[in-house]
Design a protein around this ligand. Structure first.
Ligand code: CA
Length: 159
């Protein structure tokens, strides 16, 4: 759940990795080992790989509406028992405010930030981006429908 708490949209997030100097990797968790990265090159390679999978850009207005939806719905999302259901829900309500491609982008951006913010409390997890993106594709007619579909998809599973 913590990862959602820091779902921050940084306009400058693309340069986060470069901005924090060479010791950033020591504060990031390798998703393969669940331990801190042992080398800068290992971490940088993961940062670069995620960067390569970037979704282009969402315009500032779309980011603004995404952030507004996130702030409005954060508490609701956090009330679910599943972090993945919460990511899905946020993706769904973002897509309702914008469109599916924006939810997909924001899900990617969030994980990029988690991997490169030099904060061990924010873990990169590809499954989070997948859940956010999937939520964005639901074409839900209401936030209640977002919740029902996301909870049905994720809550009963032990992600
Ligand atoms: Ca982090």
């Amino acid at each position: 759940m913590r990862s959602l708490l820091v779902f921050v949209f940084g306009f400058g997030a693309l340069s986060v990795a470069q901005a924090h100097g060479p010791q950033c990797f020591e504060n990031e968790v390798n998703p393969r080992t669940q331990q801190r990265y042992e080398s800068a090159s290992q971490w940088q390679s993961d940062v670069d790989a995620w960067q390569q999978r970037g979704r282009g850009l969402a315009g500032p207005l779309n980011l603004f509406w995404s952030f507004t939806a996130y702030v409005r719905e954060k508490k609701q999302a956090e009330s679910f028992g599943s972090d993945k259901a919460a990511h899905c829900y946020i993706g769904c309500v973002i897509a309702r405010s914008t469109r599916a491609e924006v939810a997909d982008y924001v899900g990617w951006l969030k994980e990029q930030k988690d991997l490169a913010d030099c904060d061990p409390e924010t873990h990169f997890e590809e499954a989070d981006a997948i859940a956010t993106s999937w939520g964005g594709t639901l074409e839900a007619r209401s936030r209640e429908e977002c919740q029902a579909l996301c909870v049905e998809q994720y809550e009963s599973r032990s992600y």
